[in-house]
Design a protein around this ligand. Structure first.
Ligand code: PLP
Length: 380
């Protein structure tokens, strides 16, 4: 007899849709991974460090050159100094950072506030640790947060609030005003903010990413999570990091040392050297904005409606003028019948919300965007 810790959890929608896309030989705009190669310079650096013999266990918290490079980047980009020794930890992707942070800090009976639509790894991590997810729902097309709603749900059991900007899947970004509101609400409480900032460099139309690191009071009670997979088009490497105040990182490390211990050594050295040139990530807003604009330009004349993504590499398309069917049904049907796959937005909510919206990942080669748009224009 198995006593499942997550009795109602199935296989994630990403796995299901990707499998379906492969079976139908569909254009896969569902799963969020870049469809183009990584920089050969970065590959060369990994080779260099492998050949040098840096192939054994890295230190538990990450190799020092990488932690220094991260610290430098956080300081120059967001103006906050994180001590590489005590305030930064390298992780096996953002997902592991999030799971470990929740495991380290959420106790039985604690409440964790999160906003739907939410990336799928937050709620199970809370539940496995005996915590209770408390949801606030956001809606198409803005996915903006009404901060009064947050004030209403927080109480003495609230241990953590999870934010994600730029938002996957909403493609919205939090503004300075939003962050100041949040800072005010959590001031004088011992609530920890877990800020998922994996799309930090993918913000459009002149916006600036409002990292929790920019707000000094807020940063004192926040853990920030980042992903090299998103930044360097290398999602398969599963490399990321977490930054925050020393007491929180100390708790993080108590768990991290037993669930991964340490991360891939040669890749850490390679990334540290690659980060010496900020151009390697500073080009990203323009690069992805061009992709977003090209995709939307190609969709002109289709029957979809949209609001251009403000951040992330996802574009949401509303199909309410085409069909009244549920988004999960439409996503499956179009993968099979039109050979185009996407992710239905309702799966990112605890209780499926029907807003006739699908998520498309535009981190693809132009030729793939052209193929996708051609199919989508034909759907009447
Ligand atoms: C919002 C968000 N957080 C975290 C992750 C996970 O990042 P990683 O691949 O580094 O674990 C993703 C990946 O899609 C994401 O979209």
């Amino acid at each position: 007899m198995i006593h499942s810790k997550l009795p109602n959890q199935g296989i994630t929608i990403f796995t299901t849709m990707s499998k379906l896309a492969a079976e139908a030989d569909a254009v896969n705009m569902g799963q969020g991974f870049p469809g183009f190669p990584i920089d050969t310079k970065l590959i060369g650096l990994v080779e260099k460090y492998m050949e040098k013999g840096w192939n054994q266990y890295a230190p538990m918290s990450g190799v020092i050159p990488l932690r220094r490079a991260i610290s430098q980047k956080l300081l120059s980009t967001y103006g906050r100094n994180y001590d590489p020794e005590t305030e930064i930890n390298v992780t096996a992707g953002a997902t592991q950072a999030i799971f470990t942070a929740i495991t380290a800090l959420v106790n039985e009976g604690d409440e964790v506030v999160l906003f739907a639509p939410a990336y799928d790894c937050y709620a199970p991590a809370i539940q496995v640790n005996g915590g209770k997810p408390v949801w606030i729902q956001l809606h198409y097309p803005d996915y903006s947060i009404q901060w009064n709603e947050l004030k209403k749900v927080i109480n003495h059991r609230t241990r953590m609030i999870i934010i994600n900007s730029p938002l996957n899947p909403g493609a919205s970004v939090l503004s300075t005003d939003d962050m100041e509101e949040l800072q005010k609400i959590v001031a004088e409480t011992d609530i920890i903010v877990l800020s998922d900032e994996v799309y930090e460099h993918i913000v459009f139309d002149g916006r600036q990413h409002q990292s929790a690191a920019r707000f000094s009071k807020l940063a004192e009670q926040s853990l920030l999570v980042f992903s090299f997979g998103k930044t360097f088009h290398a999602t398969g490497w599963k490399m990321g990091y977490i930054a925050g105040p020393a007491p929180l990182i100390a708790e993080f490390r108590k768990i991290h040392q037993y669930n991964v211990f340490s991360c891939n050594s040669p890749i850490q050295y390679a990334i540290a050297e690659y980060m010496e040139e900020p151009e390697h990530y500073k080009y990203l807003p323009d690069f992805y904005q061009r992709k977003r604009d090209y995709f939307l330009h190609l969709l002109e004349g289709s029957r979809f409606r949209w609001k251009p993504a403000a951040g992330s590499y996802f574009q949401l398309l509303n199909y309410s003028e085409i069909s009244r069917e549920k988004d999960t049904d439409i996503a499956i049907k179009w993968t099979k019948e039109h050979r185009i796959s996407s992710i239905p937005l309702s799966v990112f909510y605890p209780d499926p919300v029907q807003e006739s919206v699908l998520r498309f990942c535009f981190a693809k080669e132009d030729a793939e965007l052209e193929m996708a748009a051609e199919i989508l224009r034909e759907i009447k």
